[in-house]
Design a protein around this ligand. Structure first.
Ligand code: PGA
Length: 232
């Protein structure tokens, strides 16, 4: 799965003179970033000309907190590849003015020319980024409240067992503006959400179902995550 996704990233990077990637975090993506670092080390891809935008960040976590997505990206990718500081973007969850931070994030994406290739994970409840059920499909980058289910699912990663209640996330509308989208899902715990993404009605209750409206969205999933999809 990671290999396939990394090949898609390689193609996207090498097919454009100014590639703009939308990046995700979480356990689903650690293998993907390992592959990207390998490709960088083998000089198959260069990060010198890439711009990246991460989907989300917890509100209130400093960038050196081990569960912040700043820390995740530094640890899993940025420390190993030569990406100029000004070329990567992650929402700042400790900004004094969060509303302004969100508005400026949208402007930065626009000024970069929009996202060419967006990578997404998925939550068990169908969240994409941190767009929880009920998120409008035309939503933009904003502060959101995490559901109790999401906080419970993420608890094991936090030493304090205290998961932040809020996050900044790109909106579903922001995500849908990417030229192409790859959603990765691994494990049976994602199978129900995968089925609803692909086969369910398009509804605010399942944020990922909005992806059916996109004409260039591909799911890269493992056997377990495909449990409830018809086998051909
Ligand atoms: P995971 O997170 O990759 O850690 O399962 C995905 C998500 O919650 O969107």
């Amino acid at each position: 799965m990671s290999d396939k996704a990394a090949k898609k990233a390689e193609k996207s990077i090498n097919n454009s003179s100014k590639p703009v990637l939308g990046l995700a975090t979480g356990k689903t993506f650690t293998g993907f970033y390992k592959k990207l670092v390998e490709k960088h080390n083998k000089k198959k891809i260069s990060f010198s000309n890439i711009t990246t935008f991460n989907l989300d960040e917890y509100v209130g976590l400093p960038s050196d907190h081990p569960e912040s997505f700043h820390y995740y990206m530094e640890n899993n990718l940025f420390k190993d590849v030569k990406i100029p500081n000004q070329n990567y973007h992650i929402p700042n969850g400790t900004a004094g003015n969060l509303k302004k931070e969100c508005e400026e994030y949208e402007i930065k994406i626009k000024n970069a020319g929009g996202i060419n290739t967006q990578f997404l994970g998925i939550g068990e409840n169908g969240h994409i980024g941190y767009n929880e059920p009920g998120s409008p499909h035309d939503s933009r980058t904003r502060v959101v409240k995490l559901t109790e289910e999401t906080q419970k699912n993420k608890k094991e990663y936090f030493e304090s067992r205290k998961v932040p209640e809020k996050a900044i996330t790109m909106g579903i509308g922001t995500i849908l503006e990417a030229d192409q989208i790859f959603l990765l899902a691994s494990g049976e715990e994602k199978a129900e959400a995968v089925k609803k993404t692909v086969e369910g009605p398009i509804t605010k209750d399942i944020p990922s179902s909005a992806l059916q409206k996109h004409d260039n969205c591909t799911l890269i999933i493992d056997e377990e995550a495909s449990t409830y999809l018809p086998k051909t």
